[in-house]
Design a binder for this molecule. Structure first.
Ligand code: PEP
Length: 247
């Protein structure tokens, strides 16, 4: 039986004070039903990590470098993230893919570095609106997962999380219908099962894309939707906790 994970991706929002307030709110109201994680901006990781020590709430980073150490200005290594107390690292978010032109291969390398440092990568996959309209969602998602399988093998997914995030749903207020999202989640699990049935059954597959307190319960009730990666609604403790309550 997989547990639910509700992870908040704060992106590049807020201030140190708003991050502190948000963590206080989440700690105070955690319904304790799902596993919770927050992914603050990197400069706030140490502070937020300290506030989460001795709680059940996990810390995650929004990205991780594909290299171990050295002359990679602006990057943050997996071991540094571990030192900050991170359990998770998001890799391959669509904003990284589209704004910073991160390729499937670079994302796979970031994923591999997270795994080798003992972080749990949250691999984001999903199709653009154009790809959605062309009906090639499964092919796109398969290609994004294949890049990781080629580099890390199925064993790389043993401690990983996958987030299916249709790009057209991220930050738009549009949301995939529960049955369509379920179908893609089932496809993803089936794809992993072709390599290893046990790992496929264990991997948490989250839905991301305009999840909010009003639509969360229907999405989270689907058999292969094991939680959510939440953007906008994770910036308000009440909304994030209401989603967690639905899990
Ligand atoms: C995201 O950025 O991962 C995301 C799901 O954002 P939103 O919830 O705002 O659509």
């Amino acid at each position: 039986m997989r547990s639910s994970l509700i992870a908040g991706n704060w992106k590049m929002n807020g201030s140190l004070q708003s991050a502190i307030d948000l963590v206080e709110g989440i700690k105070a109201g955690n319904p304790g039903k799902a596993q919770l994680a927050v992914c603050p901006p990197a400069v706030f990781l140490m502070k937020v990590g300290g506030m989460l020590a001795e709680t059940e709430i996990s810390l995650g980073a929004q990205n991780v470098c594909d290299q171990e150490a050295g002359a990679f200005t602006g990057e943050i290594s997996a071991s540094m993230l571990k030192e900050c107390g991170c359990r998770y690292a998001i890799v391959g978010h669509s904003e990284r893919r589209s704004h910073y032109l991160e390729s499937d291969q670079l994302i796979a390398a970031r994923f591999a570095m997270a795994v080798s440092a003992g972080l749990n990568p949250i691999l984001c996959v999903g199709e653009t609106l154009y790809e959605h309209e062309q009906g090639v969602t499964e092919a796109i998602v398969a290609k994004q997962i294949d890049a990781v399988l080629e580099l890390c093998g199925i064993a790389g997914f043993a401690e990983a999380v996958i987030a299916y995030e249709p790009v057209w749903a991220i930050g738009t207020g549009l949301v995939a219908s529960p049955d369509k999202a379920q179908a893609i989640h089932e496809f993803i699990r089936g794809k992993l099962a072709a390599s290893d049935g046990d790992i496929a059954q264990r991997v948490q597959i989250l839905y991301g894309g305009s999840m909010n307190p009003a639509n969360a319960a229907d999405l989270l009730s689907q058999p292969d939707i094991d939680g959510g990666l939440i953007g906008g609604a994770s910036l308000k403790a009440d909304d994030f906790l209401a989603i967690a309550q639905s899990a």
